[in-house]
Design a protein around this ligand. Structure first.
Ligand SMILES: Cc1cc2nc3c(=O)[nH]c(=O)nc-3n(C[C@H](O)[C@H](O)[C@H](O)COP(=O)(O)O)c2cc1C
Length: 215
């Protein structure tokens, strides 16, 4: 890990950012040094539903996204496993400033829509609009176009759900190391989010996860 991180940093990351930025956002290099061990983070994992409306630091946001779907090896593979090597899950970050698509290759957030759309990621749970970031996990069938072997559609969806399971746990542990709360959510306003995030019809919103400072 120690060996390839500097190379990764050089290849993929630029160490400047600004949370208040309009437009795309370059994320800072992720540090893998933590105060909490994996076992300690696991022993503390729980869902939180009382958030304070305060932005994460750029380093915290970068860490959460890297845990969800970041590149952790020189061959471009990620922190979470995927079936047949096909990355068919996109991660959207919905903050006070806008809706962004996580671009792991460039360690960037690509602006999709400006403004505070956090409430659109829920069907009515009020804590969601206070959580600093709401991650929305979206299955993209088009990812299979580059596959050597294409599994049936129901398997593609099952595989994506399994990967999202790994993503949410990864994020929960990373959040715990920062003292942040998280809540996985199946209750999402899918129609509204699809519209505002300009998602094409074939994409499937699988799950959401609120992450932020807790009361
Ligand atoms: C697939 C899935 C969907 C969930 N959907 C919601 C949800 O919509 N809203 C919510 O508040 N919690 C949701 N949860 C969180 C569960 O309620 C929570 O994990 C469970 O009550 C156990 O509590 P714990 O996470 O603190 O151990 C969901 C969890 C999973 C795995």
């Amino acid at each position: 890990m120690k060996k390839f991180l500097p190379a990764l940093a050089a290849a993929f990351f630029v160490a400047t950012t600004s949370c208040a930025a309009q437009g795309d956002m370059t994320l800072p290099t992720v540090s893998t040094i933590d105060k909490l061990s994996v076992m300690e983070a696991l022993s503390q994992r729980h869902s939180s539903r009382k958030f304070v409306d305060k932005n994460l630091s750029p380093a915290q946001l970068s860490k959460i996204l890297w845990a969800a779907n970041g590149i952790n090896r020189e061959d471009g593979k990620r922190t979470v496993p995927v079936a047949l090597g096909i990355y068919s899950v996109e991660v959207y970050a919905v903050t006070k400033e806008g809706i962004y698509l996580y671009d792991a290759e460039n360690n960037k957030l690509k602006l999709i829509a400006e403004g505070d759309h956090r409430a659109l990621t829920t069907t009515g749970q009020s804590f969601v609009s206070k959580a600093a970031v709401n991650l929305v996990y979206v299955e993209t069938p088009a990812a299979w176009e580059s596959a050597k072997r294409t599994p049936p559609r129901d398997s593609q969806i099952a595989f994506a759900n399994i990967t999202v399971g790994a993503m949410v746990q990864s994020v929960a542990l990373a959040a715990q190391t920062e003292g942040l709360g998280n809540c996985v959510r199946g209750s999402i306003n899918r129609d509204e989010f699809k519209k505002i995030a300009n998602l094409s019809d074939e994409k499937n919103i699988l799950l959401a996860q609120s992450v932020g400072f807790v009361k």
